[in-house]
Design a protein around this ligand. Structure first.
Ligand SMILES: CC(C)(COP(=O)(O)OP(=O)(O)OC[C@H]1O[C@@H](n2cnc3c(N)ncnc32)[C@H](O)[C@@H]1OP(=O)(O)O)[C@@H](O)C(=O)NCCC(=O)NCCS
Length: 168
């Protein structure tokens, strides 16, 4: 069973392999990361580790037996003063359909309260991304309104008051 780990420097090769192997799958659902992301992966990974150490982000990977990364669940735009952050996640295509994203999101929600001292998470989902909306619903998030995503597409904003976490 995959375990959730906080992002570390040594996750870099497995994380790059995960993003490469699933690039087409992701690009059909969320905006493609672009070639530069892959070419500059190691520099960016180091920057992420530094941002994480500064408390600006909290990144996590789902690691299968043998060290293969099969998913990631991230908190970005951490606002310690407001107690809020934005949630994002993605699974390897072969790891979907088994509740792994839901489990990972629930685990990160728990970490958000217990380890990171947050009280509220938001997430934004493109209108047609029903698999993603279902993950949020299962984790207890509620829709709070329509938004325009970074790529200009219409989406829905979701919010979770971490004081009202659904157990399990
Ligand atoms: C969004 C994404 C992570 C959802 O993955 P997923 O596998 O559908 O989500 P889960 O891991 O929660 O699994 C849910 C499925 O497992 C099934 N399942 C089995 N056991 C389960 C359990 N114990 N708990 C929950 N679901 C379970 C559910 O019935 C559901 O199946 P269905 O899709 O046939 O209805 C995945 O589609 C993805 O990576 N997409 C590309 C990136 C993306 O869109 N990210 C989100 C941007 S907002």
């Amino acid at each position: 069973m995959a375990v959730l780990e906080r992002l570390r420097p040594d996750h870099a090769p497995a994380l790059l392999a995960f993003e490469r192997e699933n690039r087409e799958y992701f690009a059909a659902r969320v905006p493609d990361r672009g070639d530069a992301y892959f070419e500059e992966f190691d520099d960016r990974h180091q920057e992420l580790i530094e941002a994480q150490e500064a408390g600006e982000i909290h990144f996590h990977v789902l690691v299968a037996e043998g060290g293969e990364i099969v998913g990631r669940v991230n908190l970005v735009d951490v606002d310690a003063g407001a107690g809020s952050a934005e949630l994002g996640y993605r699974l390897a295509e072969k790891a979907t359909g088994r509740g792994l994203a839901t489990r990972g999101v629930r685990e990160v929600c728990r970490l958000a309260v217990e380890e990171y001292g947050l009280s509220r998470l938001i997430a934004v989902v493109a209108l047609g991304n029903t698999a993603s909306s279902a993950v949020l619903a299962r984790a207890g998030f509620g829709a709070v309104g329509g938004v325009t995503l970074d790529d200009g597409e219409p989406g829905t904003a979701y919010e979770l008051d971490l004081g009202e976490l659904i157990p399990g």
